[in-house]
Design a protein around this ligand. Structure first.
Ligand code: SF4
Ligand code: SF4
Length: 360
């Protein structure tokens, strides 16, 4: 297929992708990724913690050169699918916070089928071209935000999120590597953060680094999702009542608060098990119930042990004396050393909170 014909195809693909719920679509070549040195330095500085999928040597090389993923690839299509922010806590009584992206069915289970539909439509448009492709949504060795920046979708903000004008940062990213040569879109070269530092000032664990990356080992998202250990006593209080993930650096961003155009056209279905989730119910949960409740939700990623850890920290930080009894009952039956230590910490905090404040 000639380059000209491929370029005519671009607009049709964008229209098709929009009909599937992707608000922004961009194209770039398969050339090595510009931000790779920043990522490499980040790994070398130890900021990735236990995120081994980011530090594996073969995956590092692929992130630099996506051709190592698919030799026949000629272009990358980057796509953004917005989701609604959830500023409220899960329930009045539960009083815990869950990152907005997790209020619906796991995007890993929803977005690939949409990408396959898009591929089928591309195939229908050029039936004579044998298509080779790979699809990803946070699942492959790709520097997704850098690619999105190169395809012109937006810029990487100081909070390390990709930001799209008039959308903000609440969206999923996806990519298609494909053996079609498209004329690349222009990279998004503006930095629209300006002098703003709201995200940096608001981050409870001070984990936002000056070069638009994070110290993942201190980020609440890492601590409550990927982390398989306890939460250091130094960081526990800063985690607040986040039961899964953290949205604070997005909640304070003017591009989400003031400039995002409100839309009701989200391809989004609220998960009832999240809407009414109470951290106290997690304390007594068994594996079968956990699997049944969350197997299609992002919370499944934290595993039951991780979710119990987060629930104990959230209840310890909520300091509601009425939760003392359930924490003490849980401690009586708990055998996991990590959870026992956290339960003792939380109980201590609730007991201290019930004493009179001599400074009041
Ligand atoms: S997600 Fe939370 S902890 Fe992580 S950088 Fe943003 S504000 Fe800080
Ligand atoms: S809060 Fe301000 S500095 Fe941070 S990402 Fe948003 S615009 Fe940029």
């Amino acid at each position: 297929m000639s380059l000209v014909t491929a370029n005519n195809l671009k607009q049709t693909i964008k229209t098709e992708a929009e009909s599937l719920g992707f608000s922004h679509i961009g194209f770039c070549s398969i050339d090595p990724i510009q931000d790779f040195p920043i990522y490499l330095q980040w790994i070398e500085d130890g900021y990735a913690g236990d995120l081994h999928y980011l530090t594996r040597e073969d995956a590092i090389h692929k992130r630099n050169n996506p051709k190592l993923i698919m030799d026949s690839a000629k272009s990358i299509i980057s796509l953004a699918m917005p989701y609604p922010p959830h500023l409220k806590k899960t329930s009045e009584t539960g009083n815990s916070s869950i990152a907005s992206y997790a209020w619906e069915k796991d995007y890993h289970l929803r977005i690939p089928s949409k990408l396959e539909i898009l591929i089928n439509r591309i195939h229908d448009l050029i039936p004579d071209k044998p298509l080779e492709y790979r699809i990803y949504t946070d699942t492959g060795p790709l520097l997704e935000r850098s690619i999105a920046n190169q395809t012109g979708l937006g810029w990487i903000g100081k909070n390390s999120c990709l930001l799209i004008p008039n959308v903000g940062s609440y969206f999923f990213l996806a990519e298609i590597l494909i053996n079609i040569e498209f004329l690349p879109d222009k990279p998004f070269n503006l930095d629209l953060c300006g002098t703003c530092t709201r995200c940096i000032k608001s981050c409870p664990t001070n984990c936002i680094l000056p070069n638009r990356t994070l110290d993942a080992t201190r980020c609440i998202s890492y601590l409550t999702i990927e982390n398989r250990s306890g939460i250091d006593s130094e960081l526990r209080e800063s985690v607040g009542e986040w039961l899964f993930g953290c949205d604070i650096c997005q909640q304070v961003c003017p591009w989400n608060i003031r400039f995002a155009e409100t839309s009701s056209d989200f391809h989004f279905k609220l998960s009832p098990e999240i809407e009414n989730l109470d951290p106290r119910t997690i304390l007594g949960m068994e594996h079968d119930q956990f699997k049944k409740t969350f197997h299609e939700n992002p919370l499944y990623r934290a595993k039951l042990r991780g979710l119990k850890r987060n629930a104990i920290v959230a209840l310890g930080n909520a300091k509601r004396t009425e939760d003392l009894r359930i924490l003490e009952e849980t401690l009586t039956n708990e055998t996991d050393k990590m959870l026992i230590e956290l339960l003792e910490w939380a109980i201590c905090r609730l007991k201290a909170a019930s004493l009179p404040d001599i400074n009041a």
